[in-house]
Design a protein around this ligand. Structure first.
Ligand SMILES: NC(=O)C1=CN([C@@H]2O[C@H](COP(=O)(O)OP(=O)(O)OC[C@H]3O[C@@H](n4cnc5c(N)ncnc54)[C@H](OP(=O)(O)O)[C@@H]3O)[C@@H](O)[C@H]2O)C=CC1
Ligand SMILES: CCCCCCCCCCCCCCCC(=O)OCC(=O)COP(=O)(O)O
Length: 323
């Protein structure tokens, strides 16, 4: 009985094996084709979204802002580059224009200081007068800080907040009415992993980035009805001048290239991630290594353990400084 049943079963199994092996290859090729087509369509849509759109970038004189300008320029955006130094911006525009191709536009520059609230509305008006509208606003400019809370002058806390929070908020508010009227627009902000976790000796910076994260999360919800997108980018360390330019407790420049900064991601790589995130209209993107990402989860899942690790970190850094 058993051997008869087995004999009947074996050819059926072989037939199934044959059909499976014959079907699996076309099935795989089909899936890869559909996936490839999907990716191609996504890429075409992304390109069309950026090409000829008016993109405002703050902090375009250095680091991530400069690299964002390069990738958006190459993608055919009409750039408005903002910064504090007319000279640096003009030099950069000449550099960009040297890589001019048929599809690129010569950038326009607007000079203003984000920490000086009186300059922001006039700057937004200048932008709107020049272009008539803004498609994408990238709030990138920022400044970091190093110091203990007890030693830090309140003026320094305020300067960091003005630059990283109130400045971008004021600029966004000044540009938004034109986006709402057009029922179209995209606000991008470069926050930080420190918008999600606070590490010792970064109080002013982490506070400004937490405030940024909160404001732009609220904005996303409020702007949905107007079809305006909001993308928050949360990078880990990037190889830029951020630590060199950071303010210290007395307001002077830190002037040190930190090891973490020097070994961070390349700004060109992060800029490419920003371009893709904008093109895909992502709501939030973390661009960081595993440890900072794990730290963000630990802060939520086990705050007690996270606070303990941070206290140990503060103790270690204090000891290293004292010795
Ligand atoms: N580098 C890093 O490890 C990380 C950076 N980030 C964020 O990325 C963004 C860009 O910084 P990054 O490129 O790294 O640093 P950089 O110091 O290289 O660049 C900062 C830019 O912001 C501009 N800026 C500073 N203060 C003002 C101000 N008051 N008004 C107008 N512009 C100002 C600077 O202009 P100027 O040339 O005139 O000084 C410069 O263009 C920041 O928001 C930062 O917080 C987030 C996570 C990690
Ligand atoms: C389940 C195990 C989890 C283990 C978690 C251990 C926690 C380790 C702490 C890691 C801290 C990461 C800090 C990352 C900070 C960062 O990426 O900041 C980006 C910046 O904005 C840099 O600015 P800065 O001026 O500070 O250079």
């Amino acid at each position: 009985m058993v051997s008869q049943a087995t004999r009947r079963f074996v050819p059926k199994g072989k037939l199934m094996d044959y059909i499976t092996s014959m079907a699996i290859v076309p099935l795989l090729v089909g899936c890869m084709g559909i996936f490839g087509l999907f990716k191609l369509l996504q890429w075409v849509r992304m390109k069309a979204y950026i090409q000829d759109s008016v993109v405002v970038i703050t902090g375009a004189t250095s680091g991530l802002g400069k690299e964002c300008a390069k990738v958006f320029h190459a993608a055919g955006a009409k750039l408005i580059l903002c910064g504090r130094s007319q000279e640096k911006l003009e030099e950069f525009v000449s550099e960009l224009s040297a890589t001019h191709s048929r599809k690129t536009h010569r950038p326009h520059i607007v000079v203003f200081d984000l920490a000086d609230s009186d300059t922001i509305v006039p700057a937004a008006n200048e932008i709107l007068q020049y272009t008539g509208y803004v498609d994408i606003l990238i709030n990138n400019a920022g400044i970091s800080y190093r110091g203990t809370i007890m030693d830090t002058a309140l003026e320094v806390d305020k300067k960091v907040m003005e630059t990283n929070y109130f400045g971008p908020v004021a600029l966004t508010k000044a540009i938004l009415p034109s986006m709402i009227a057009k029922k179209q627009g995209h606000i991008v902000v470069i926050s930080s992993i420190q918008g999600k976790i606070s590490i010792p000796f970064r109080s002013a910076y982490a506070a400004s980035k937490h405030a940024t994260q909160a404001f732009f999360d609220c904005l996303r919800a409020e702007m949905q009805q107007h079809e305006i997108d909001v993308t928050v980018i949360c990078p880990g360390y990037i190889q830029t001048n951020l630590s060199l330019n950071a303010l210290t407790a007395d307001g002077s420049k830190y002037g040190v290239m930190d090891k973490n900064t020097a070994s961070g991601r390349s700004p060109a790589e992060v800029a490419q991630t920003v371009l893709t995130a904008v093109g895909k209209k992502k709501k939030e993107v973390m661009v960081a290594d595993m440890l900072p990402c794990l730290a963000v989860f630990l802060r939520t899942l086990s705050p007690r353990l996270f606070f303990y690790i941070m206290a140990m970190r503060a103790k270690k850094e204090r000891k290293a400084k004292d010795s």
